[in-house]
Design a protein around this ligand. Structure first.
Ligand code: FMN
Length: 198
């Protein structure tokens, strides 16, 4: 179990905004891949994935993923062998929140699925209240729609980088929040184990 909170911050390399494959090629090739090779991803690769899902792309702070009212309810985390890290979109950096490898526990709390055996798991959490307090009727659904946008961006970026992933929605959100020591207002919405294809 994680025991320590640390404040180590890692500046991520600037995201690339040019790739070698067209969007259409990436759409054609995206596939859920459940057998993931375990060698670690580089921080450059992880940073590119986080940017694709929540990176800031203009001076006003708008992001790669659309957001109802530009309220940005999502918080992204990444679990690696080195701990759990929170993505800070403004700085394009990650800050370590847990100094322990929680990936085996993450897997257990996700129906023990083999696909969770990955060098890196991206955790998409959200603070629904950021949206529901402005849009009480549709806020909850807007948050779920936004998480879907972010996941699709990430899966396309995974494909463009030649990596492999599968979106995982089968997990126990309350136990995951506890494991990851998330604030009470954050709920885990979606997971993406990412590795290299076997
Ligand atoms: C909301 C959602 C949750 C999913 N959860 C899981 C999951 O927990 N485990 C899994 O192996 N695949 C999961 N998938 C992936 C689907 O099984 C997969 O997208 C589907 O079989 C179609 O294959 P494709 O993604 O290769 O096109 C999920 C997909 C969605 C959209």
């Amino acid at each position: 179990m994680p025991t320590e909170k640390t404040d180590t911050t890692i500046a991520l390399p600037p995201p690339k905004t040019r790739g070698v494959q067209s969007l259409e090629e990436v759409l054609q090739r995206r596939r859920s891949i459940r057998e993931l090779a375990t060698p670690p991803l580089t921080w450059g690769e992880i940073g590119q994935l986080l940017w694709s899902a929540q990176g800031i792309t203009n001076a006003e702070g708008l992001r790669t993923t659309p957001s109802a009212g530009a309220l940005y309810p999502m918080e992204l985390y990444v679990a690696t062998a080195d701990g759990v890290f929170h993505y800070e979109p403004r700085a394009h950096a990650v800050t370590r929140t847990l100094d322990a490898d929680v990936r085996a526990e993450l897997r257990k709390l996700s129906l023990d699925q083999d696909c969770m055996n990955a060098p890196c798991v991206v955790i998409m959490a959200a603070v629904a209240e950021r949206v529901t307090k402005k849009y009480p009727e549709v806020g909850d659904i807007c948050v779920k729609l936004e998480v879907g946008h972010a996941m699709q961006n990430l899966l396309l970026q995974v494909t463009a980088l030649g990596l492999a992933s599968v979106p995982v929605g089968a997990f126990d959100p309350r136990k995951l929040r506890k494991l990851l020591r998330l604030p009470a207002d954050q709920e885990v919405m979606y997971l993406a184990p990412v590795g290299r294809g076997k």
